[in-house]
Design a binder for this molecule. Structure first.
Ligand SMILES: Cc1ncc(COP(=O)(O)O)c(C=O)c1O
Length: 424
């Protein structure tokens, strides 16, 4: 009998808990209870002696990123919709989107009535490249949504250049990259707009939430209205019992407002983010040193211009054949069983995912005609396939552990590799 835990053998790690996520303490409880007791559970409700918490957090998060403006929204998905609508993208337009991502960037483009043109990924990082973008441009292209995936950053120098040459807008989807930096500057500030998610698994979390950042005052004004049914913040102090949002109607909006209870969580969580990043960086360095000794393994690389990693999902890359002919799904299951912690391959590239089935919704089917579908997906995706087949992913909470946790991961990977190597 094999000694793999997956097949009934003893696990590489003595069963003990991994760090949990999200993290909170008494300060978090105080922040949320204050919002609860204020009875002001929404920005649209009368003020109670202080600015809305979603407005306060928007200012904090703008400062964190080094931009003048931030608008909070209820989801990262809404942030993308608001960003696209702020740029007046709609029917007849095309937006270039990555094949290797959660489905939200593609859905957002469909939700504004435009056609998503799905392009391949770099096989090492899973991110779109300038070449993929250039090859997909057409006269209808209005923007590109770049996702800084998992624990890396897309090559912003090259992407900014192609975007400038084409005269289109760049939207950075930073749902997986809060606090990552490119040449010392926060990601999300290189595009016309940056979009973030604060869904519970993200490194900055409040359950469900999101934000859009920008340096453009006109786009800020539009984004405010797009997320609050055409309303803007009023100027000056809001008296007790007064309303903080006033009808402006310069652009038709929807309601994507972030709840005050969620904002209270974010106000508590943001000051913790950089210390958590620093701890994850220390632990991932130890993990990388251990894996390097095994050979055949490495982290998802950072391009040369990336000066700070933000780990949402950590990716271990391995050379093809490292686990014999075992598929990555089986390898992930085996390492998970050794560790008592979930590892998985990256999500299926969207051209193979059931999450991308626009024909199942009447509104999207009008865009996803035979012609639309061919334009959207009519290319090959070898980079994405390679990335998926040779990457093991795990959630960032494990990197909030200690050195012995990292040693367990190295031991588990080595054990599973040796098992399949012996079978070759
Ligand atoms: C890259 C990316 N964009 C957008 C989203 C959507 O964010 P939300 O779940 O807050 O709508 C996600 C969520 O995982 C994501 O990973």
């Amino acid at each position: 009998m094999s000694d793999l835990a997956l097949l009934g053998g003893p696990p590489a790690r003595n069963p003990r808990p991994w760090p949990r996520w999200p993290q909170y303490d008494e300060r978090t409880e105080t922040s949320v209870l204050d919002a609860l007791h204020s009875r002001r559970w929404a920005v649209s409700w009368p003020a109670t002696g202080r600015p809305a918490r979603e407005r306060q957090f928007a200012e904090d998060f703008a400062r964190y990123n080094g931009v003048p403006y931030c608008v909070c929204v209820d989801h990262g998905s809404s942030a993308l919709v608001v960003a696209l609508e702020a740029l007046d993208i709609g029917p007849g337009d095309e937006v270039i989107v990555p094949v290797m991502t959660w489905v939200a960037p593609v859905t957002a483009v469909l939700r504004v009535g435009a056609l998503p043109v799905v392009v391949d990924a770099d096989p090492e990082t899973g991110c779109v490249t300038a070449e993929h973008i250039r090859a997909a441009l057409s006269e209808r292209t209005k923007a590109v949504v770049v996702v800084h995936l998992a624990c890396t950053v897309a090559d912003l120098d090259a992407i900014q250049q192609v975007v400038a040459e084409a005269g289109i807008d760049l939207i950075e989807d930073c749902a997986q990259a809060h606090g990552a930096e490119w040449r010392g500057r926060k990601v999300g500030t290189f595009g016309t707009l940056g979009a973030f998610s604060f869904q519970v698994g993200k490194v900055l979390a409040c359950g469900e939430g999101g934000a859009v950042i920008t340096s453009d005052p006109a786009l800020y004004r539009r984004a405010q209205q797009l997320r609050a049914d055409s309303r803007l913040y009023v100027d000056g102090d809001v008296p007790d019992g007064g309303l903080e949002l006033a009808e402006a109607g310069e652009i038709m909006g929807g309601n994507y407002c972030l709840s005050e209870l969620a904002a209270a969580l974010l106000i508590d969580q943001l000051p913790r983010l950089d210390a958590q990043h620093a701890h994850r960086a220390k632990m991932s360095a130890e993990l990388e040193a251990g894996l390097a000794e095994l050979g055949s393994f490495g982290p998802i690389p950072l391009p040369e211009g990336a000066t700070r990693r933000s780990v949402y999902e950590y990716g271990i890359r391995f050379r093809p054949g490292t686990f014999g002919s075992a598929p990555v799904t089986r390898v992930a299951d085996a390492v998970s069983a050794e560790l008592g912690m979930a590892l998985w391959p990256p999500d299926l590239p969207l051209h193979r995912s059931v999450m991308l089935h626009p024909h199942t919704k009447k509104r999207f089917a009008q865009i996803w005609t035979e012609q639309g579908r061919t334009r959207a997906l009519g290319r090959d995706y070898p980079g994405a396939e390679t990335y998926r087949d040779t990457t093991l992913i795990f959630h960032h909470q494990a990197l909030l552990g200690d050195s012995s946790d990292m040693a367990d991961m190295v031991a588990a990977v080595a054990k599973v590799r040796d098992h399949w190597q012996q079978l070759c």
